[in-house]
Design a protein around this ligand. Structure first.
Ligand SMILES: *Cc1c(COP(=O)(O)O)cnc(C)c1O
Length: 372
């Protein structure tokens, strides 16, 4: 163990070909270190071509992209926004940035994402301006059901696809189906720019608004004129260069994540009450993290501890927002699905640099703990 490298949940994985260095090098050579430049334009265009998004705007983070998606949807002070409770806090915090009121909705076991029944109940009760549906762990949410409800009640749909680059829902890329889509290039995501995000939209008017807000809302004038509140949310041209290189290996990364999931499934299926995250016919996930559930919470803690002792990273599933101390006073619609997933779930190491012997080691440990 002593000289084996740590096995990670999901760490940055640059291309073997060195594409990222080439694009970053071009930024240095042309001195387009900042602010915008060719890599930003290229990153946005190449991203749109790969995902089928009509418009893509590169931003400093996924959280910034959610913030500006809420602004696009007209969310302001006192408005309600329904957010999937089972998610990372980056989905929900921008609701507070806009002085709006979050309402959390439960997930279902079929998708692990927002439950259409809970969503409809929450919409009727709160008359929200927008809904934030998440494609958690790269599993696609039930978009047809979500969109038909939101169309019926006139609510904007924001897809948080931060974890879902490479995921297809009925053949369409997750994050390009609703009114707005959000992607993250944080260090632990399937592709990374060290930090960054993309907001997708359907009209160039909206994309231009996002670019305007993200560069301090600078009005066209020969001096610094501002008629609206602005933000410093654009991605740097250097980091966009990393993103362009990373996009070239997206298919390889998805294939490896899928291979990791299949390996775990083959080795661990049928071990006690272990179950895998749900796969659906209409869902082609990117398998960002391979997740399992066990019958009880204690077993999850045991596995995490034994893996950690072997210098292997694993983690519980996201703690739902309605259980977070910061959000405990906000309304929650649903039952105990997200809470049960949190209590009994585990993310297995899913790093695309893992070897077969790493995978075999992890499976051996999990099996050993479950046989106790
Ligand atoms: C990572 C993540 C975000 C936030 O993205 P950042 O780029 O880290 O700001 C939002 N939502 C989900 C579900 C995420 O996993």
């Amino acid at each position: 163990m002593a000289d084996r490298k740590r096995i990670y949940l999901s760490s940055p994985h640059m291309s073997d070909e060195g594409y990222e260095r080439e694009y970053v090098g071009q930024a240095f050579d042309s001195n387009w270190i900042a602010p915008l430049g060719e890599n930003i334009d290229g990153f946005e265009a190449e991203f749109a071509a790969i995902t089928g998004a009509e418009q893509a705007v590169a931003l400093s983070s996924g959280t910034a992209a959610i913030h500006l998606a809420l602004k696009c949807a007209g969310v302001g002070e006192g408005d309600r926004v329904i957010c999937q409770s089972f998610t990372f806090c980056g989905s929900a915090n921008p609701i507070i940035y806009q002085n709006a009121i979050p309402v959390f909705a439960d997930s279902d076991y079929e998708t692990w994402n927002i439950c259409p029944n809970a969503l409809e109940t929450a919409i009727k009760k709160h008359k929200p301006k927008a809904v934030i549906a998440v494609h958690l762990y790269g599993l696609a949410a039930d978009m047809d059901a979500i969109i038909s409800l939101c169309d019926h009640y006139g609510v904007a749909v924001i897809e948080d696809a931060a974890e879902a680059l490479g995921t297809l829902y009925k053949g369409r890329h997750a994050g390009t189906i609703g009114d707005y889509g959000v992607f993250s290039f944080n260090g632990n995501k399937i592709l990374t720019t060290s930090g960054g995000g993309i907001l997708t939209a359907h009209s160039s008017e909206m994309a231009d608004k996002v670019r305007f807000w993200a560069t301090q809302s600078r009005d066209p004038a020969p001096y610094y004129l501002h008629s609206q509140l602005g933000y410093n949310y654009r991605l740097s041209n250097v980091l966009a260069g990393i993103g362009r290189g990373q996009l070239k290996v997206l298919d390889d990364r998805v294939a490896k994540k899928r291979m990791i999931f299949d390996y775990y499934k083959r080795e661990l299926c049928g071990c006690g009450d272990l179950e895998f995250m749900p796969e659906r016919a209409w869902n082609q996930p990117n398998f960002w993290l391979s997740c399992i559930t066990l019958g009880e919470s204690g077993r999850v803690g045991d596995i995490i501890a034994v893996l950690e002792a072997e210098n292997i990273e694993s983690r519980r599933l996201w703690m739902p927002m309605h259980l977070q101390p910061y959000y405990k006073d906000h309304d929650y619609v649903g039952s105990d699905v997200s809470e049960t997933l949190f209590n009994t779930g585990l993310c297995l190491p899913s790093d695309t640099k893992m070897t077969e012997s790493d995978l075999s080691l992890v499976c051996g440990i999990v099996k050993e703990v479950l046989s106790r």
